[in-house]
Write a protein that binds this ligand. Structure first.
Ligand code: G6P
Ligand code: MG
Length: 217
């Protein structure tokens, strides 16, 4: 039976969190604020606009709408400079094996990401051709934990919600998958992602046999 496997991008397929962090940190300096890696955790799975709001809150900084627009462009311009240097070596371990296994079993494979940079990143990684559908930050009106991004992914593949399986590294993303009525698989720490149906440290822990179980159940 054909199921839909919906992948988040940042933190699941590629570790871009470090690049987002560098770009936000430089912006924070302009607010005279020292943005820590720990605080960067709050930004995972969160849209660009919302991330800036959180940063302004943390820095206790009042910015005009014009200043916010300038900063959003500035942050993304710097982020894209890091992305531009990225190549296939940045793909997280065993992602190619899992994608190829699912495709060989004729399963649906789609992307469900909050990022507006998802397509250029997948191209850089030479993975874009593996995805039957791509739903990203340009396609949604409500961000995770709203289920919209995954619902659209399932619809694009014409697969019922209960036959959709989501891979996510953020709490908001797991909540989105759960409220969509999909199977949620957390990639990361068990204590952080305890709301997920299953949690694995990374894809090296996800065996072909487990994938087969998901396909057949
Ligand atoms: C992902 C990342 C977030 C990022 C968001 C928007 O969810 O985990 O850290 O803010 O995408 O990304 P973008 O590339 O559009 O700025
Ligand atoms: Mg993520």
């Amino acid at each position: 039976k054909k199921k839909a496997f919906l992948f988040d991008l940042d933190g699941v397929i590629v570790d871009t969190a470090k690049f987002h962090y560098l770009a936000w940190r430089n912006l924070a300096k302009e607010m005279n604020f020292d943005f820590t890696e720990e605080q960067n955790e709050l930004f995972k799975g969160v849209s660009r606009v919302r991330s800036l709001e959180i940063l302004l809150d943390l820095a206790d900084y009042d910015a005009t709408e014009d200043q916010k627009d300038i900063w959003l462009v500035q942050k993304n311009t710097e982020y894209l400079k890091y992305i531009d240097k990225m190549d296939e070596s940045e793909i997280l371990p065993d992602i190619p094996r899992v994608l190829d296994f699912l495709l060989e079993k004729e399963q649906g494979v789609a992307l469900g990401s909050a990022s507006k940079n998802a397509r250029p990143i997948l191209k850089k990684l030479n993975l874009i051709h593996k995805f039957e559908a791509i739903v990203d930050g340009n396609d949604v009106t409500a961000a995770k934990p709203d289920p919209q991004v995954f619902l659209k992914g399932g619809e694009a593949l014409n697969i019922e919600r209960k036959d959709c399986i989501v891979f996510e590294d953020s709490i908001a993303g797991i909540q989105a998958a759960n409220s969509a009525g999909m199977v949620s698989i957390g990639i990361g720490e068990k204590d952080v992602l305890h709301e997920a149906d299953y949690v694995f440290q990374d894809f090296t822990e996800i065996s072909d046999a487990f994938l087969m179980e998901l396909i057949e159940r």
